[in-house]
Design a protein around this ligand. Structure first.
Ligand SMILES: NC(=O)c1ccc[n+]([C@@H]2O[C@H](COP(=O)([O-])OP(=O)(O)OC[C@H]3O[C@@H](n4cnc5c(N)ncnc54)[C@H](OP(=O)(O)O)[C@@H]3O)[C@@H](O)[C@H]2O)c1
Length: 221
């Protein structure tokens, strides 16, 4: 499923690139925005987009790591990379991020809502603050940012959004009940939004990885 969705996403990029091939030769580079890009899946996705010549906006909390990574990508791939340090569990962070995107004066071609986390707990005894932060990051922030960016994409009739769900989206997960439910939301929301936008040139997909050891900064996808 993971491979299939990623293939489909790459295919969408390919088709869109082919469609605009000649025109884009003389145009500005495309811009991809990736949340949770200082490690794991987001880190690897950033490298893939950099290799394909995209300018990048990378968001995470660990400023030093993010800035170092941005610097490396800039040097290696001769692209522009804008690291933005934000904690996306803070509701106001989404408006802050959107304002910073607007300030770039470069439209967002690709949005990847990747930042997310889960944790094991026996729900009645779980840490409610942690649970609420998880819901905020996995669902609310993702939805808010998608709403803001998709409107701009609609105005331009162009764009791609990929939300990182999980194979957890397909069944309930006792002892990770909230995480699994949050990923079911991400998948359902992405599929419905893609359907809503079917007559436009905006494509929405959900990436559904299985368990990956993404503990260190690299993760092969
Ligand atoms: N790994 C898996 O097995 C697996 C399987 C299925 C789905 N997924 C999903 O894939 C996505 C990425 O997972 P991963 O395994 O790559 O995670 P990871 O290795 O823990 O990386 C998470 C990334 O998100 C950032 N992040 C975390 N909390 C944040 C916050 N509050 N605000 C801003 N950025 C934040 C982290 O950077 P900072 O710490 O610097 O903020 C990091 O860059 C998640 O949505 C996860 O649910 C993962």
């Amino acid at each position: 499923m993971f491979d299939k969705t990623l293939d489909r996403f790459n295919y969408m990029l390919y088709i869109s690139d082919r469609k605009h091939e000649e025109k884009e030769y003389f145009m500005d580079p495309k811009l991809a925005v990736i949340t949770g890009a200082s490690g794991g899946i987001g880190y690897e996705l950033a490298i893939q987009f950099a290799k394909n010549g995209y300018d990048l906006v990378l968001i995470a909390r660990r400023q030093k790591i993010l800035e170092q990574f941005a610097h490396e990508l800039q040097q290696q791939y001769k692209i522009r990379v804008f690291p933005i340090t934000l904690d996306l569990t803070i509701p106001e962070s989404i408006e802050t991020l959107y304002q910073q995107l607007k300030n770039l004066n470069q439209p967002v071609d690709v949005l990847i809502n990747n930042a997310g986390f889960g944790y094991f707990s026996f729900f009645p005894e779980s840490n409610i603050n942690k649970t609420m932060q998880m819901l905020q990051l996995n669902i609310t922030s993702l939805t808010h940012l998608t709403r803001l960016v998709s409107k701009d994409m609609l105005d331009r009739n162009s764009g791609k959004i990929m939300n990182v769900a999980s194979t957890a989206a397909f069944q309930p997960g006792p002892l990770m009940a909230v995480y699994y439910a949050s990923k079911a939301y991400v998948l359902s929301f992405s599929q419905a939004l893609d359907q809503e936008l079917k007559d436009t040139n905006i494509h929405v997909s959900a990436l559904c990885p299985g368990a990956i050891n993404a503990a260190d900064k690299y993760c092969v996808i």
